[in-house]
Design a protein around this ligand. Structure first.
Ligand SMILES: *Cc1c(COP(=O)(O)O)cnc(C)c1O
Length: 406
């Protein structure tokens, strides 16, 4: 038994069994690489689920965190926290629609306050009947009860009923269905610009613009879940900026802390003002350590990382497109460094296993999708190395039962 298996055995005895974990115990990281307890290196193309924007142990993030750790860790929101105010200012400076920021600790919490605030905005104006949340099938918004209700996936709701009332779903990408669902009872339409957990599903062009126009006409709010697509992941600060629209509320997390837990809600002045004194809060949210790291992330993005990530994404996409010659890749979809390789004739899980055995971590979704979300600091040579490993894995994976050979 190697030490990876030894950790797996201890996990089986000590942890709740909710995660399906791969048999590697990771103990160290640097840049795009992580190492397991046996000293084996892997190119990390899952990036902690689109989190490790700066790669592992980036010097600027380490410096920001350790300097803050020597100065002040936590005081609570009973007092002003200068790092938190600086982070709010830095985020608002790159988010033209927003005038107010609220900080929490995760994506689910950012969505939770976004949904709560959408309801309160109308309740405060004497319209409690306007409380309905419309969201898209296949969406993922987190694992609190409100966010699993709003997320369009029944498998995450099973056993946790009764769910939160006043939530309805429309097919993702379907403008007519959205139009039909919005009325005087709708508080908000909540949507991901690209559905990440569903397998990097990109809606038809113009969908976000239509959603903006339809919610405006119905008098409802447009709430964007940019937990996965934000902070440079798709080549822009926020994915919605590519559509030239402005939402009313936006939820961020994942890449914002590049691995240090933090979430944020960004709001217009009009809506943000309704998060009135005492109406919402969190003990840890906006804590000095998290804000110091997020400030370092934004400084890196401003300092050229956004442009470099955009360039390397183009390079990676071209190399991945060439994998169609294996006969096992149907197409590549996604944007920036949030990509999906759509497979045929083999199981995504088998390809991911074969890739891991060769030193590449990728994320199988469903039967035929591999999600790639490498650090934004990825170098072209590392992209080439990963694609070569993926090609070998594709060719090594067994043919799917009943599939015609590639
Ligand atoms: C990951 C994710 C969440 C949940 O974030 P947590 O930090 O796990 O709570 C919500 N929405 C989207 C789009 C996500 O990708």
């Amino acid at each position: 038994m190697d030490r990876n298996q030894a950790w797996a055995a201890r996990a089986a005895e000590a942890l709740t069994p909710n995660y399906r974990q791969h048999p590697v115990a990771l103990v160290r990281g640097e840049g795009v690489r992580v190492w397991d307890v046996e000293g084996r290196a892997y190119l990390d193309f899952l990036g902690g689920v689109a989190v490790s924007a700066l790669g592992h142990c980036h010097p600027a993030a380490v410096e920001a965190l350790t300097r803050q750790a020597r100065t002040l860790w936590h005081v609570s929101n009973h007092y002003f926290i200068p790092r938190q105010i600086e982070l709010a200012e830095a985020l608002l400076a790159v988010t033209p629609f927003a005038r107010r920021a609220f900080f929490c600790n995760s994506g689910a919490e950012a969505n939770e306050v976004m949904l709560k605030l959408a309801r309160k905005f109308f309740a405060d104006q004497g319209h409690p009947e306007r409380h309905e949340i419309v969201s898209a099938t296949g969406s993922f918004h987190g694992r609190t009860l409100f966010t699993v209700t709003v997320g369009g996936q029944e498998k995450y709701q099973h056993g946790f009923e009764p769910l939160v009332p006043g939530v309805r779903h429309v097919p993702f990408g379907d403008v007519a269905a959205l139009e039909a669902a919005l009325d005087h009872r709708t508080a908000a339409f909540v949507v991901e610009p690209i559905q990440g957990e569903a397998g990097v599903v990109v809606p038809p062009a113009g969908y976000l613009r239509a959603a903006r126009e339809l919610t405006r006409r119905a008098g409802a709010l447009l709430c964007l879940d940019e937990v996965q697509t934000g902070v440079g992941r798709t080549g822009r600060m926020w994915a919605h900026q590519g559509e030239g629209i402005a939402p009313d509320l936006l939820a961020s997390a994942k890449g914002l802390g590049a691995g240090f837990p933090i979430g944020a809600l960004l709001a217009t002045e009009e809506v943000g003002a309704h998060l009135t004194p005492g109406s919402h809060g969190t003990t840890f949210g906006g804590n000095p350590l998290a804000c110091a790291v997020a400030l370092a992330v934004l400084a890196e993005l401003r300092g050229g990382l956004l442009e470099r990530a955009h360039q390397v994404a183009g390079h990676l996409l071209a190399r991945l497109e060439a994998l169609r010659s294996t006969g096992r890749v149907v197409r590549i979809r996604g944007q920036g460094l949030l990509l999906a390789v759509v497979l045929q004739g083999c199981e995504a899980a088998a390809v991911a296993d074969a890739a891991r055995e060769r030193g590449l971590l990728v994320n199988p979704i469903g039967g035929d999708v591999l999600r790639l979300a490498p650090p934004l600091t990825l170098a072209p040579a590392e992209a080439d190395e990963a694609v070569a490993l993926l090609e070998a894995a594709l060719l090594a994976a067994p043919a799917r039962q009943g599939a015609t050979p590639a």
